[in-house]
Design a protein around this ligand. Structure first.
Ligand code: NAP
Length: 252
């Protein structure tokens, strides 16, 4: 898979940590130039960019709050202002929040935040950047197994945002096929990132999750990132509109 993405330009949202960081690094190792989007963790994003540059690839960091409806436009303005030849071969819609939103107690502000960051931003960022994605380009959305199965503990809104992201994936694949752009998603199960750190600090939760994995372990962010690299690469030229389960066999 090495250098399969030589000369390609990628933007990864939420690249400051966790899965987005692993994806940005894997894309760079495969030859891509990377724009690493972040929100609050500037130091981590800058460290990632230095790590990518040390691999001999171009990298730059770009901040935006994706809860802001204008974030996509602002990113597009920043990306194109400095480079009139700007082109984006790969967009990875990865940034996301995992919140507990029980029906009984969830405030409307929490509903709006989850919908804005996990769902609306993917639509608006993709819309804003689409005109710079050429034929042969690809979009990869980061979904979750929670799109297709119930998860105990008040996760309905999170699952709904991911199910809607799957619907975006299938529909954008049809919408963008005439332009030669492929759209796919990966659906991880549990990953050990900051998103789940508090959850898995409870040994009972960790044991319960591991028991649901046939290998007795979760997938790693690097394993999920490898599938994103594949989906971005010419090796996946015949794949569009698909949601690839990368959960290491997670069963409910
Ligand atoms: P994470 O460690 O919490 O990282 C989340 C990323 O999203 C960070 O880079 C963060 O930026 C960014 N982000 C959060 N709020 C934002 C906002 N308002 N505007 C812009 N960016 C924002 O999470 P992760 O585990 O890597 O998850 C990455 C993706 O994988 C998410 O879409 C998640 O739903 C999905 N996923 C995760 C798991 C899991 O078990 N972890 C399982 C299935 C799917 P800053 O840190 O810079 O603020």
């Amino acid at each position: 898979m090495n250098a399969m993405l030589e000369g390609k330009r990628a933007l990864v949202t939420g690249a400051s940590r966790g899965l987005g960081r692993a994806i940005a690094l894997a894309l760079a190792r495969a030859g891509a130039q990377v724009v690493a989007h972040y929100y609050r963790h500037a130091t981590e994003a800058q460290a990632l960019c230095r790590e990518i540059q040390a691999l001999g690839r171009e990298a730059e960091c770009m901040a935006a709050d994706l809860a802001d409806a204008r974030a996509g436009e602002k990113l597009a303005e920043q990306l194109t202002a400095r480079d009139p030849e700007f082109r984006l071969d790969l967009l990875v819609n990865n940034a996301g929040l995992w919140r507990t939103t029980p029906l009984g107690t969830t405030e409307i502000s929490a509903v709006d935040e989850l919908l804005a960051v996990n769902l609306r931003s993917a639509f608006l960022v993709t819309q804003a950047l689409l005109q710079w994605i050429p034929a042969g380009g690809a979009i990869v959305n980061i979904s979750s197994v929670a799109a297709r199965q119930g998860v105990a503990g008040g996760r309905s809104l999170y699952g709904a945002t991911k199910a809607a992201l799957d619907a975006f994936t299938r529909n954008w694949a049809l919408e963008l096929a005439p332009r030669g752009i492929r759209v796919n998603a990966v659906a991880p199960g549990y990953l050990r990132t900051e998103m789940t750190a508090a959850h898995f600090s409870n040994p009972a939760m960790l044991e319960r999750a591991l028991a649901r994995h046939p290998f007795g372990r979760m997938a790693t962010p690097e394993e999920v990132a490898a599938v994103v690299v594949f989906l971005a690469s010419p090796a996946a030229a015949a794949i569009t509109g698909q949601i690839i389960n990368t959960s290491a066999g997670f069963i409910i």
